[in-house]
Design a protein around this ligand. Structure first.
Ligand code: ADE
Length: 232
């Protein structure tokens, strides 16, 4: 039986999905509320994990241990690192990396986590394909790309940092949880995909754009995820 864990960092990123959930049971763990029920006919657990990589990693481990989820979807907003991704567009993860992991003084390339097989966590190919199909079905006017998610405990809001992230990691969007969720899902051998709508350009305009566009961007993702669960 399939059971889909859906994680958003902020209430805004999960509220629409939670409102569509039926037969809901709520479990509290580690300061998070896990809403378990039926979403468009699929068994799902929806949770707001809070901001940042630690919250995200804890959350995915709880979804694995307590709820035995078979798939993980991370939904939310992100800053664009790719000129082809404008505000409102959607990025579906091909892979994800923690851009603030830096053991370079010991000879490791930026982002590399020593002693781990891979630090570029690859999203499940079937989930990526299904997410692209969902987007075409429910958001036909929204431009969608598959690409690389960069995550770190930092809000990116400057040209210099943005350029550094692009040149070092060839990332397509920046956010604060996806790669930690990917890391946790991979360690637990659970297929995952990250779906992020663009709320800002991660540059000097980000501080202004983010509050204006986060709600609409989060809504684009929620619509996609509500359809995606029916295809898994
Ligand atoms: N989430 C949305 N925009 C972001 C940005 N610019 N940096 C980090 N996380 C984000």
């Amino acid at each position: 039986m399939k059971k889909i864990g859906i994680i958003g960092a902020m209430e805004l990123e999960v509220e629409e999905l939670k409102s569509r959930l039926s037969d809901t049971r709520v479990t509290n763990k580690a300061g998070m509320e896990f809403f378990e029920g039926t979403l468009n006919g699929a068994e799902a657990v929806i949770v707001r994990c809070g901001i940042g990589k630690v919250n995200a990693a804890l959350c995915v481990q709880i979804l694995a241990d307590l709820f035995q989820v078979t798939h993980v979807i991370n939904t939310g907003v992100a800053g664009s690192l790719n000129a082809k991704l404008d505000i409102g567009d959607i990025l579906v993860s091909r892979d994800a990396v923690q851009h603030d992991m830096d053991v370079s003084p010991l000879g490791y390339a930026p982002g590399i986590i020593p002693q781990l097989e891979s630090s570029f966590f690859k999203a499940d190919e079937t989930l990526v394909r299904l997410a692209m199909e969902s987007c075409a079905a429910v958001n036909p006017d929204i431009h969608v790309l598959s690409g690389r998610v960069l995550s770190g405990d930092q809000f990116i809001a400057g040209k210099e940092m943005k350029e550094k992230l692009v040149s070092t990691f060839q990332g397509d969007c920046a956010e604060m949880e996806g790669a930690a969720i990917a890391h946790g899902a991979c360690l637990n051998r659970i297929p995952f995909v990250i779906i992020r709508a663009i709320s800002d350009k991660a540059d000097d305009s980000a501080e202004m754009d983010y509050p204006s566009f986060e709600r609409a961007a989060a809504g684009h993702c929620a619509k996609l995820v509500a359809d995606l669960v029916t295809r898994i």
